[in-house]
Design a protein around this ligand. Structure first.
Ligand code: FAD
Ligand code: DHB
Length: 388
């Protein structure tokens, strides 16, 4: 088999890149380790920035998002039972949209099927060869056979645990990491949300987040330990832990019900540098992880894909490799801004230790954010997404 760009991973990064390249007549094949159903079963991101919305529109898959997505003009931060609102519209003139990653993935999968572009699911033992040479190849096992794809470029869109980043010689890559001593326990339920807007909660019992997927479907998260066993969290225990973290109004409006999904995600900050190695490019979670608090992971993946698709279009259509040469530095400049914001929001809102000094500083910092127009503006600018 031969293609122009071999894409590893059919998460949002790989599917979006594939769709944008296809629009520009650039051949690509996606290899995904899991089945399509499995990829769709993972409940993850919920908040998307305007630049991500624009890119999904450009890829031709934005119609359902505009119909079903919920536009949010602001966000609420609840500190020890008192809510504070930060208006994105007032501070930045912009808004974000709540539309689940699962739905984005479904729209991208449908778009790819309609375009007739190939995705090979259940592709095992994917292996990258000759990434610094002229003719890289990818080998894999599917349908019981070992197969090979020759290509011009490889896009590693295979998430944090993928094979692409691990294929790079250790002396060619630097990594920077912070592992937080906590995770998020998330529950999806067919119940109306407690509020029209997201509520991020800082409470002595620990962090909580009230989010949603629709006016009848809620998504909640609470901070949990890293060694937590999901089976030790029946629904009642989850609601009992969430309820006392809310304010009076939240407690009154909270509608509980059976969970339709429950999962634990560890919190991590991670950056690999550079993001290009010869003919191999890393994009999305394959190159960097942010803790979910700032809602930046999927948006950062989309901004990598935007830069990478533009670079590849320039290469094929304009015979210019300037975009390719600058991909890593341009992507990393955005990555570190999102890393800073996500780290800052995480350290501000979670119970990280029993250290009373740390807790008092958190409170002082939060009250500064609520009092200072400048601080709230910087927060809003970061949350809705920095311009390119
Ligand atoms: P992934 O989604 O991880 O996709 C990678 C794909 O590659 C997977 O399908 C995987 O099966 C496949 N793969 C892996 N290894 C191989 C291999 N060897 N061969 C072939 N295929 C392979 N982000 C936001 O922007 N906003 C939010 O509100 C938000 N909330 C989040 C909440 C939670 C609880 C979590 C866990 C994450 C959240 N994120 C959020 C982050 C967001 O989900 C990720 O950043 C996003 O999924 C990254 O997409 P990706 O395509 O780069 O990687
Ligand atoms: C959601 C996830 C996040 O990480 C976040 O910061 C906001 C919302 C969500 O799943 O809805």
């Amino acid at each position: 088999m031969r293609t122009q760009v071999a894409i590893i991973g059919a998460g949002p990064s790989g599917l979006l890149l594939g769709q944008l390249l296809h629009k520009h007549g650039i051949d690509n094949v996606i290899l995904e380790r899991q089945t399509g159903e499995y990829v769709l079963s993972r409940i993850r991101a919920g908040v998307i920035e305007q630049t991500t919305i624009d890119l999904l529109d450009e890829a031709g898959v934005g119609a359902r998002m505009h119909e079903e997505g919920l536009v949010h003009d602001g966000v609420q931060i609840c500190v020890d039972g008192v809510r504070h609102r930060i208006s994105f519209k007032e501070m930045t003139g912009k808004a974000v949209m709540v539309y689940g990653q699962t739905e984005i993935t479904r729209d991208l999968m449908d778009g790819r099927a309609a375009a007739g572009a190939p995705t090979i699911y259940a592709a095992y033992d994917v292996s990258l060869h000759d990434i610094f040479g002229e003719t890289p190849t990818v080998t894999f096992r599917a349908d019981g056979k070992t197969q090979e794809i020759a290509c011009d470029f490889i896009a590693g869109c295979d998430g944090f645990h993928g094979v692409s980043r691990k294929s790079v010689p250790p002396n060619a890559i630097a990594t920077h990491e912070r592992v937080y001593p906590l995770g998020w326990l998330g529950v999806l339920s067919e119940t109306p949300p407690v509020s029209e807007e997201l509520i991020y909660v800082r409470h002595p019992l620990g962090f909580a987040l009230c989010s949603m997927r629709s006016p009848t479907r809620s998504r909640y998260y609470i901070q949990c330990g890293l060694a937590e066993d999901i089976d030790a969290w029946p629904d009642e225990r989850f609601w009992e832990e969430l309820r006392p973290r809310l304010d009076d109004e939240g407690r009154q409006r909270l509608v509980t019900g059976p969970s339709i999904e429950k999962s634990i995600a560890p919190l991590r900050s991670f950056v690999a540098e550079p993001m290009r190695f010869g003919q191999l490019f890393l994009a999305g979670d394959a190159a960097h992880i942010v803790p979910p608090t700032g809602a930046k992971g999927l948006n950062l993946a989309a901004s990598d894909v935007r830069l990478l698709s533009q670079a590849l279009v320039e290469h094929y259509a304009e015979k210019s490799d300037a975009g390719i040469a600058h991909y890593s530095s341009r992507a990393l400049a955005r990555v570190w801004k999102a890393e800073r914001f996500s780290w800052w929001m995480t350290t501000l809102l979670h119970k990280l230790s029993d250290d009373s000094f740390e807790q008092k500083i958190q409170l002082a910092e939060l009250h500064y954010l609520f009092r200072s127009q400048a601080a709230a503006t910087v927060f809003a600018e970061n949350y809705v997404g920095l311009p390119f």
